[in-house]
Design a protein around this ligand. Sequence first.
Ligand code: GLC
Length: 720
Amino acid sequence: MRTIVLFAMSLWPALGASAADADVERRIGELVARMTLQEKLGQMSQSTSLRTPLSDAIKAEIRAGRWGSFLNAGDARDRAEAQRIATEESRLKIPLIFGRDVIHGYQTVFPIPLGQAATWDPDLVRQAAREAAREAAADRITWTFAPMIDIARDPRWGRIAESLGEDPYLASQLGAAMIRGFQGDSLAAPDSLAACAKHYAGYGAAEGGRDYNSAWLPEILLRDVYLRPFQAASQAGVATFMTAFNTLNAVPATADSFLLRNILRGEWKYEGMVVSDYEAVTNLIAHGYALDAREAARKAIRAGVEMEMVSTSFYDHAAELLRAGQITMQDIDGSVRDILRLKFRLGLFDPRPVPPPPDPQRTLAVAEKTAEESAVLLRNEGRLLPLSKSIRKIAVIGPLADSPVDQMGTWSMDGRADFVRTPLAALREMLGAGRVIYAPGLINSRDRSRAGFDRAVSAARQADAAVLFLGEEAILSGEARSRAFLNLPGAQEALVDAVAAAGKPIAAVILAGRPLTFHDAAAKIPAILYCFHPGTMGGPAIARLLFGDASPSGKLPVTFPRTVGQVPIYYAHLNTGRPPLAGDLGVPMGNPANPQGYRSKYIDVDYTPEYPFGFGLSYTSFRYSPPELSAKTLAAGGRLTITAQVANTGPRASDEIVQLYTSGPLGGSVARPVRELKGFRRVHLEPGAAVQVKFTITTEDLAYYNPKMQLAAEPGPYRA
Ligand code: GLC
């Protein structure tokens, strides 16, 4: 660590907005002038009711301009027919926009976003989004409800799977990369999708990790942590935002003008379109924030929601709200303009050529590389891994070794199970079926029966090593899948005990949608590879990693607790006034004459995480030189470089993700986290090779919010 003394003044986030093309604005103006109120409210309405074959009723509604958008409905043919009716048979020929949850792939599925975050590889994440956009656009999808950039620090929350982890810098970098991937160089390109920054905001702070629950965030934490990825998304040009289901400090995010007008429009000068989440507008009634749908519509429209997803309060009540003067035509026209502008930017008003079919080989190659880089090696005692390809036999145990749907993880509704290559299939292909003995041991990850244990133990006994596939089924992960316990579900821990008793070397591959707790099981398993639901090509990636054709390089994007009782636990915490002493892991309480423990720790578990943020082993080893600073002081608006040499001191080539953390200042206007991620770089090193890695730090990089909500890098000593 090195100390930087900083003399800095306050800085404001860069503002930036590009005005839409003047011609488009003219065309929008002409259209709005011709639209009836019902046609305007139709544009502000999104439906799921597109079914094969299109009903006469929905055709008539499209013809009448009842809907501006459909989501998660129909197939490509339905969308083509609906679009034909809208652009040929409706009065104003306004095209529809088709939205869908293309979260981490379309038919080819990439690792869940939490797994993509473990790659710490923005360009690869961009490539994955680009491939997903190509596949979805070929199916006439033009809008994806991704990236999900909610900061997630609670593994009980099922949607941590969709997140890019706990850190605002990492989530900002990767969220912006996804946006670039989805939106391509131009939204009007036939293989581009409009992206959607969601869920704005604070959803990941749901109390108790229980989905949809209340979020309480002091503004300083909201701005310093939870809003940063959204501001980065706005700066990256994300076409749309989606409002969140939760209340933020007792105000539902879907009716929060502080979020939607003060910050999004006022401070960030955002010019895109804002859609609600699914029935989140009429959820205001259940929140107790609206008496009825009419009031829900009023509050959401006045706050800045522009398109209503699925519920119909805007269409049903806006006219009477206008008549009562409770909303204005400016509210309506502003929303319609933003919706039309999105459609113009997507080129939907002009004949949009059908995109070229994606290249399946390229898509699968990106899927495999992403799965490979997303795997995190947590343990490798005695260098058990990589296994030797000359091994006589291996036992593959666990239902997740051969479960295509589970391997794809949550939000893979379009994922093609027939595309999936499972670990079992890949291992059989690599070693020959005769050298692989498979015994699921359990029916699925929740199975509590031990009826399959004997076969599993027998398989281990016949083999030279056993590879245990543990973790969670996909159904245990994602939206409305919060878990109060984080242990391996079902009888998996008992399965570990039974297989370990066979006395053969054991490696485990854990497929999950969140950090799990497996402290006792880990003590019986010398090597553990953690793969957040790795997607279509998880099998070949895992086989290559297990047998050394690739070296694990993933790093944890989220902290792993020892027990759920530690949650929330994250690395960028404050030091407290009574931090535990190094090595003071709690539990011993001294004696009555000399009690100890008046420090911030637990008396029944080690306060440190099981595996920390940024952690991940490799098949080689690296040595870092002490970082060198280009200067000891940093003036306001200045910059300095931090350089270190990284050497591969081990036997194998591998990637390493060099991470830069800073802390400070000491003595500022607020206590600051013990460290914060400020940079990272992936380097590839052959055995014996070394490389110099240089980071540039500016006062803007060090800026944080002070109690007056000013974004400032206050003077004082910082450490890198
Ligand atoms: C869901 C999710 C949101 C998704 C939307 C459309 O409830 O909260 O992330 O994009 O509805 O499926």
